[in-house]
Design a protein around this ligand. Structure first.
Ligand code: NOJ
Length: 714
């Protein structure tokens, strides 16, 4: 049969197969289901009769909040065998799961990865996660999540790359390249890689009140300029699939919006891959009350552009009738099926439908993956304050390592953890002991604060491990207060009252309001939820084996009363909008992070001073390590379009580079600004580059003050 011939092009194979398919077989390809043990026989019979598009390997609708083994190779292969050998056309099943920040080796949460400001490291982490995933016979991850988030109350802020569209775009593209790898010359995904999924399309992070699944209202201007860029970058990077979000956006649920899915994503951005709904998002059109029943929900979602339905069965039950009645066209159905089949061919599934032997799992604990996880965790940490206490000296004497996260394991991994084989990560106490066997480490055997205070009182230096549990963020886990959880501030106050030098480490998935912590401690290290080797990485930074160089990918508010607070707000008409009771600036701005050394950024040169719309401006600075030890600085380039036809941000990140410099070493760094960096979606949603003056700033955070100018000639 022609479609089985790997020498033909994907397009030829798809057309040949499509021409052989009956209506029910086509519809089956548009379904993704979970196979619970109790329905297994029934589902196998269904696969024999009509085939199946995809199976999801999680049995939990809040998969991010539980840790489960999602698949066994034997089971995957047996179900696949039924599809390959016992269904009429032998179309393989695509298996998918959530590999969000690692599969067996757990990397730092994506928000932390973004803080490393190092797309190559994110690409490497995702490539390693892909290798581990693929070796289990899983073909597809529902990642990367690229929802811009300006509200730290929203628990899923951990899963994305923060508040900035430019940083988010670089990270999204890097993650897609990491998961999918370079396609081969026939357009196939190579072995050891998996299909990626850009999610949650779109504006899901704008949930009102920071409450997951809630309604969002985003103007078209903000949607295109702030929320769309990471998806655009992912499409450009060749992402194979996109997930439509759960929520209602501007009066239309995202999974039922033709405007969002077909007009913008498929037509304007030219996305040729497969759109899958989020979990039961098709049937949830009924809960949104835009569809009266499943029949109408199927019509709306399919017509809008959702090609595959996850979990709910509206398509399975109603698409055939809708197509027969002419309500859904045959062309639309064929379009959806083509998208599904192309992905399967591109994955090489027809040639290699089965997972390898169980023995392959051994490679999953590769030392190189663990080393990369540790490296990225340390590089993602952000030093928020340091009066010179850090790095701790080996001869520090007695070090108390206390606080609710000093002896914690699971939370260090972060929210989305399935299938990991590493039993448990080390605790911070264990990692510090291992790093400094000769030091005297004091801790509390229990979670009792009085014992912690006794250890602190007996120590020369206190390492105070604070933060929030992995169970307090992620999907559906939102909070109204972003203060540290109950009791921790009191502990900080009590420890500070002892008068000992205190280095606080904060393990968190979201920006916390650290206003009262920062004034009570000598040093503050943001460690995020750092993954499998998170404790070791923390020790690396605390003792200076690694000099911290991470920067905030999201603003840290002084309190939740400031939300939303983000650096790229628009210019306003009069005065600076203010509060009477609090500054309007965040506690720590976007792009901020300290080092154990110091850097100078100067020698700004902008060439040419006037540029034609097709040309490029080169912004160059000299970066010097002015301190006494080696270190890494993230040099950041921000731009302002001085006058434009639509209100624009006061400044926008348009370039960054993470540099390693020896003491005294200088390097020239150049940022190139062209149409992509200087244009924006203007009137009518059209991409424009408007002539006129631009300001540019280069520095070490979004508060960079080294300023230049240039002009785009009309
Ligand atoms: C719901 C989540 O919103 C989504 O991100 C995830 O991929 C699916 N569940 C599948 O677990």
């Amino acid at each position: 049969m022609k479609y089985k011939d790997p020498n033909l092009s994907v397009e030829e194979r798809v057309e040949d197969l499509l021409a052989r398919m009956a209506l029910e077989e086509k519809i089956a390809q548009c379904m993704q289901i979970y196979i619970p043990p109790e329905n297994r026989e029934e589902i196998l019979a269904r696969i024999r009769a009509v085939g199946l598009g995809s199976r999801i390997l999680s049995d939990e609708q809040l998969a991010g909040s539980v840790s489960t083994r999602t698949a066994s190779i034997a089971d995957l292969n047996e179900v696949q065998r039924v599809a390959m050998e016992e269904s009429r056309l032998g179309i393989p099943i695509l298996s998918g799961t959530d590999v969000i920040h690692g599969q067996h080796t757990i990397f730092p949460i994506p928000l932390a990865m973004a803080a490393a400001f190092d797309p190559a490291a994110v690409e490497e982490a995702c490539a390693m996660a892909a290798a581990e995933t693929a070796s289990m016979g899983i073909h597809w991850t529902f990642a990367p999540m690229m929802d811009i988030a300006r509200d730290p109350r929203w628990g899923r802020i951990i899963e994305g790359f923060g508040e900035d569209p430019f940083l988010g775009s670089k990270m999204a593209a890097a993650a897609v390249r990491g998961f999918q790898g370079e396609l081969d010359d026939k357009g196939y995904i190579r072995p050891g890689r998996v299909l990626a999924c850009a999610k949650h399309y779109i504006g899901y992070g704008a949930a009102e009140g920071g409450r997951d699944y809630n309604t969002g209202e985003i103007t078209d201007h903000t949607l295109r300029n702030i929320y769309l860029p990471p998806f655009k970058a992912a499409v450009k990077a060749g992402v194979g699939t996109v997930m439509s979000a759960f929520h209602d956006l501007n009066g239309e649920p995202a999974s039922g919006s033709r405007y969002l899915l077909t007009d913008i994503l498929k037509e304007e951005l030219g996305f040729k891959g497969l759109v899958i709904s989020d979990w039961s998002a098709v049937s949830e059109l009924i809960n949104h009350r835009v569809a009266a029943d499943e029949h109408e929900a199927a019509r709306q979602a399919f017509d809008a552009g959702v090609d595959m339905e996850m979990i709910s069965e509206c398509y399975n039950r109603h698409l055939a009738g809708l197509v027969q009645a002419g309500v859904i066209s045959q062309e639309r159905l064929d379009d959806a099926v083509r998208r599904v089949l192309s992905v399967k061919f591109r994955l090489g599934l027809f040639e290699h439908p089965y997972a390898g032997k169980d023995g392959q799992m051994e490679q999953l604990l590769l030392e190189s993956h663990r080393a990369a996880s540790r490296r990225l965790a340390a590089r993602s940490m952000v030093l928020l304050k340091n009066d010179g206490l850090l790095p701790l000296k080996p001869d520090t004497g007695r070090i108390a390592v206390i606080g609710p996260y000093a002896n914690e394991r699971r939370s260090l991994l972060g929210s989305w953890v399935n299938d990991h084989l590493v039993d448990q990560p080390q605790t911070l106490v264990e990692a510090v002991r291992a790093a400094f066997p000769e030091a005297q480490i004091l801790t509390a055997r229990s979670g009792l604060y009085d014992e912690m205070l006794m250890a602190a009182a007996a120590a020369d230096v206190v390492v105070l491990a604070l933060g929030e549990s992995h169970a307090r963020n992620g999907e559906y886990n939102c909070v109204a207060s972003i203060e540290l959880p109950a009791g921790q501030q009191a502990l900080v106050d009590a420890v500070a009252g002892l008068g000992k030098p205190v280095a606080a480490v904060v393990y968190t998935g979201r920006p916390a309001a650290l206003t009262r912590v920062v004034s009570h401690v000598n040093a503050l290290l943001l460690a995020w939820h750092p993954g499998s080797l998170g404790a070791e990485a923390t020790a690396d930074v605390l003792f200076g084996a690694v000099n911290p160089g991470g920067k905030l990918p999201v603003s840290f508010p002084r309190s939740e009363g400031q939300i939303p607070v983000h650096y790229n707000h628009n210019s306003t008409g009069r005065f600076n909008p203010r509060y009477l009771d609090m500054p309007v600036t965040p506690l720590f701005p976007f792009g901020f992070g300290l080092s154990y050394t110091s850097f100078a950024i100067d020698g700004l040169d902008v060439q040419p001073q006037a540029v034609e719309p097709g040309g490029k401006v080169r912004v160059t600075v000299t970066v010097t390590n002015t301190g006494t030890r080696e270190g890494e600085e993230v040099v950041q380039c921000y731009v302002q379009d001085c006058v434009s036809r639509r209100t624009r941000p006061v400044r926008e990140l348009k370039g960054f580079e993470r540099l390693a410099l020896q003491p005294g070493e200088s390097r020239r760094v150049t940022f190139e600004l062209g149409m992509d960096e200087l244009g924006y979606y203007g009137p009518g949603g059209k991409w424009v580059l408007e002539p006129g003056d631009f300001k540019v700033w280069v520095g070490s955070s979004s508060e960079a003050s080294l300023e230049g100018r240039f002009r785009v000639i009309g």
